[in-house]
Design a protein around this ligand. Structure first.
Ligand code: HT7
Ligand code: ZN
Length: 896
């Protein structure tokens, strides 16, 4: 297979205006009749029609009702003798495929007796021969025929126009989609499903039918998804003036799905994980994820479906923008400034712990990549989360109203088109002439073309005589594959200045007529720039990059006292949290470097690592009368092992684990009475509701219980583990129950085993809960290397299946990607396990295998003996002759 380059883009040689598909659904052999009306694209030189196909059995090809000659070039069906000129041609192609054998879950497949499709990015070619590219948009009429008893529900995009009975117990349904669409948005579903239905009238006064389809036993778990969908529809209309353009909007849940969900036009298909929720089976995090994924897929209806991507290099055009929109949706629904900040912190945590490492590793790529071997490998945190940050910077540079104007112009210009990231940026800039974005658009677009996380170094100089504070910002960006030297980025830095006592200072720039409040944004667009603030009477504490105003690493020589001031007083909640993280990180890095800090044979570090001032500051936050519980929980959670590792050039994963665990244990013990207070003050949240206040209370109570169990295990006191076990048994919701179970498992208490057994017995018929049960054990802190044998045992459990992506992720990914202390074993056992699983999975589902393959992306940073062992494990995978493109691309990049 060949690498595909962005600059090689050519418009299609043919258009497909209309498609009429007839499916005779059968798991073993489905027949697909594809009647297409095609015409030559007069704008490009005449050439043969080359249709994509994969794993299809071709039975017949007809042109204008007559047989025709054709040839196969690799997987492509080539028609060289189509009539000349631009008159439309009727093309008929008859193929069969085998959905029951489709373990890749791309194209048409069967999950628990129900047919589903997944066509993005290139799955439609596994259903029929087609121009499988997003810039070819057609109208679709789809007839589904199947056995009525086995497949009573037959769904496709658009509106149901006809249905009826056929011979032999079969029936049919005919669907017409009124909107033209690229084939990646095609979908069908057929099976035994039931639906929660809701009729709505929008602000604009139009009526619509909303449906959430699930397996019969799951109907009771669909209320939250339906509420989330209604909230999404109302939000898009209110915030962006974007209405629902369909009479019927359907969501269908499947338990076999490679990703989270798919925005097929009018027929979204979801992983059950992002649809099903009841208080007994889903945690607060599950409820929040459902809201955000339902929102995300719904928002694609405009950003992705109405305006789509010209080619897959433009993927972030729809994904970055839609993630930005779902983040804003969740923030708007969360309510007050504190709840918004909590969501922002959670989003930034993901960006920094997953995207920053990607941007520094072998798979680093720009938000708009330049090349790929397998497009499925580019559904990444860079395309999604960094892409959303790029949109967020534009939003902040032009303001909320300016951005809304930009979106309006974008749809006026491009509705119904397949366009590029440049088109989007141009529309936002053109709607805001004179804005910082419009003035620096070309430089701003480096965010699309340059990979790597920029570093911003900040230096402050106070001049007592002149009463000025000069802030110098300097930027640089590390080299990434294929990109050595990079021109400067446009980096909006929102900032404030605080006095040593924590008071907000006015921000008057030299030469400016009047002070501009106590928070403002400066735009760094040169390698180095200075800003002089006047009227400053004492050395201030700068609060920089408020709200994480740009996806950069900020380096600033803060003193501990500066950080304590920011932690106690910064009016920007993000930077308040950030100050606590910086203090904790500082301690962790100092301990890593200190040869006197040594772990015993069991991997424990006994010496106290956290300075008293830090412990005291954490106590003040925990006991603070005004701060919300959710925010406290974030501040009191130490930076992750992955995040700490990213700060080092050479990584000893075991030492990082030991240091972080020692810090956690110290925090558990030093704040024992405060944790007890926090538990007692927050554990009772009354009747269950997933609102931000109750969610925050449960999160803080959960952390308190975990800390109390941790210190109890260290001191041998049975009281708190006993209370955790009681809470585990009596909890009325999954969040409290699972937090109690986690506290027992993570503290390594002997009650963990009976609790795990009881949990499994209680929820054995709830696959999503059993996923949690598997994940908890595979992700537990390692004690004397016990996790790998547990993981191997879990894979022998009758409930385990490698074919189900959720289950594979719950065990294998939780261990390899989510448990560095247990995975990076000195005996290389973790790596051997990893390579075996990558190879095994690749034969079943290359997409899932390639995601797992990325667990060792950062192997070059590892200290010995891990580094050599990791390279050998990757080489072992790479040596397999029969790898998929998906895995081949990941391991080749890792080794080069
Ligand atoms: N746009 C959707 C992408 C997706 C996908 C891609 C490749 C393979 C399977 C997939 N399932 C869904 C998801 C989204 O961003 O909304
Ligand atoms: Zn998306």
């Amino acid at each position: 297979a060949a690498v595909i380059h962005r600059t090689d883009y050519q418009p299609p040689a043919f258009w497909i205006d209309h498609v009429e598909l007839t499916f005779d659904l059968d798991p073993a052999k489905t027949r697909v009749l594809n009647k297409m009306r095609v015409r030559r694209n007069a704008a490009v030189p005449a050439q043969p029609l080359r249709l994509h196909g994969e794993d299809l059995n071709l039975a017949r090809v007809m042109v204008n009702g007559a047989g025709t000659s054709f040839k196969m070039e690799g997987a492509q069906l080539v028609l060289e003798n189509l009539p000349e000129g631009d008159a439309p041609v009727d093309l008929e192609i008859f193929t069969t495929c085998a959905p029951a054998k489709n373990t890749q879950l791309m194209g048409l497949y069967v999950s628990q007796g129900t047919f589903f499709t997944q066509c993005e990015a290139e799955g439609f070619r596994r259903i029929t021969y087609f121009l499988d590219r997003p810039d070819v948009m057609a109208s679709y009429t789809v007839t589904l025929r199947a056995d009525k008893a086995q497949y009573p529900v037959l769904l496709s995009n658009g509106n149901l126009v006809e249905q009826g009975e056929l011979d032999d117990g079969r029936h049919f349904a005919k669907w017409v989609d009124p909107h033209k669409k690229p084939c990646y948005l095609f979908a069908l579903v057929a099976g035994k499903l039931v639906a929660r239905e809701q009729k709505i009238r929008t602000r604009a006064g139009t009526d619509h039918l909303l449906q959430v389809y699930v397996r019969p036993g799951d109907l009771g778990k669909t209320e939250h998804a339906m509420n989330s969908l209604m909230a999404s529809i109302a939000w898009d209309e209110a915030r962006f003036g974007l209405p629902l353009d369909l009479e019927r909007f359907m969501i269908v849940a499947t338990s076999d799905f490679n990703m989270g969900a798919m925005e097929n036009k009018g027929l979204n298909i979801f992983n059950t994980k992002y649809v099903l929720a009841s208080e007994a089976t889903a945690t607060d995090a599950d409820f929040a994820n459902i809201e955000s994924v339902v929102g995300h897929e719904y928002f694609h209806n405009w950003t992705g479906n109405r305006v789509t991507c010209r080619d897959w290099f433009q993927l972030s055009l729809k994904e970055g923008l839609t993630v930005f929109r779902d983040q804003e949706f969740s923030q708007d629904l969360a309510g007050d400034a504190s709840a918004r900040a909590v969501k922002r912190i959670e989003d930034v945590r993901v960006l920094r712990t997953v995207q920053f490492p990607e941007d520094a590793g072998p798979m680093a790529h720009p938000v708009r990549p330049d090349s790929y071997l397998e497009i499925n490998n580019f559904y990444t945190v860079t395309i999604y989360e960094k892409g959303a940050e790029v949109v967020r910077m534009m939003h902040n540079l032009v303001g909320r109203d300016g951005f809304a104007q930009g979106m309006k112009l974008y749809f006026e210009r491009h509705d119904g088109q397949a366009v590029t990231c440049d088109d989007f940026a141009q529309a936002i800039a053109d709607a805001n002439p004179g804005s910082e974005l419009a003035q620096r658009l070309d430089a701003f677009k480096h965010w699309y073309s340059q990979a790597g996380t920029p570093r911003v170094q900040a230096h402050g100089h106070f001049d007592a005589a002149a009463r000025t504070y000069t802030l110098t910002l300097r930027q640089s960006c590390p080299a990434t594959p294929g990109q050595q030297d990079k021109p400067a980025f446009v980096i909006p830095v929102e900032l404030g200045l605080l006095s040593a006592e924590g008071a907000a200072l006015p921000l008057q720039l030299q030469g400016e007529p009047a002070a501009a409040g106590s928070s403002r944004t400066v735009v760094l667009s040169e390698p180095e720039q200075q800003w002089v603030f006047t009227g400053i009477d004492a050395v201030p504490v700068p609060s920089l990059l408020r709200g994480f105003s740009a996806p950069v690493v900020l380096e600033c020589a803060y003193s501990d006292q500066d950080l304590l001031t920011l932690l106690a007083h910064d009016p920007d909640p993000f930077n308040r949290w950030e100050a606590g993280q910086r203090l904790a990180l500082r301690t962790a890095l100092a301990a890593l470097d200190n040869p006197e800090v040594v772990a015993d044979a069991a991997g424990h570090i006994a010496a106290p690592l956290l300075p008293d001032a830090f412990v005291q500051a954490m106590r003040s936050v925990l006991r603070h009368p005004q701060l919300d519980a959710a925010f406290k929980e974030l501040v009191l959670t130490l930076p992750s092992e992955t995040y700490i590792a990213e700060q080092r050039d050479v990584v000893d994963p075991q030492r990082i684990h030991a240091v972080r665990e020692a810090m956690r244990a110290q925090l558990a013990q030093a704040l024992h009475d405060d944790w007890q207070w926090a538990w007692e003050a927050h554990e009772n949240t009354g009747g269950y509701s997933p609102d931000p206040i109750s969610t925050g209370r449960r999160a803080l109570a959960g952390l308190a219980l975990a800390m109390l169990c941790l210190s109890a295990v260290r001191t041998g006191n049975p009281v708190w583990p006993g209370k955790a076990y009681q809470r585990f048994k009596s909890a009325s919701n999954m969040t409290d129950r699972f937090n109690a179970l986690t506290a027992l498992v993570y503290s390594g208490h002997e009650l963990a085993q009976p609790a795990l057994a009881r949990f499994h017995a209680l929820f054995k018929d709830e696959p999503l809960v059993i996923d949690k049960w598997f994940a908890l054990q595979a992700g537990a802190p390692d004690r004397a290397g016990h996790v790998l044998p547990v993981v191997r045992q879990l894979m022998q459990h009758p409930d385990f299946s490698l074919k189900n992506p959720n289950r594979a992720r719950s065990v294998i990914f939780s261990y390899c990607n989510g448990n560095p202390g247990a995975f990076h074993r000195a005996d290389a056992g973790g790596y051997v396990f990893w390579s075996d699983r990558v190879i095994e999975l690749d034969a079943i589902n290359p997409q899932v295998a390639a995601r797992l393959a990325r667990a060792l992306d950062r192997w070059r940073k590892l200290a010995e003996p891990w580094r050599t062992a990791a390279r050998e494990a990757i080489a072992r995978v790479a040596a397999r002759p029969d790898l998929s493109n998906d895995v081949r691309e990941v391991v080749t990049r890792a080794l080069n």
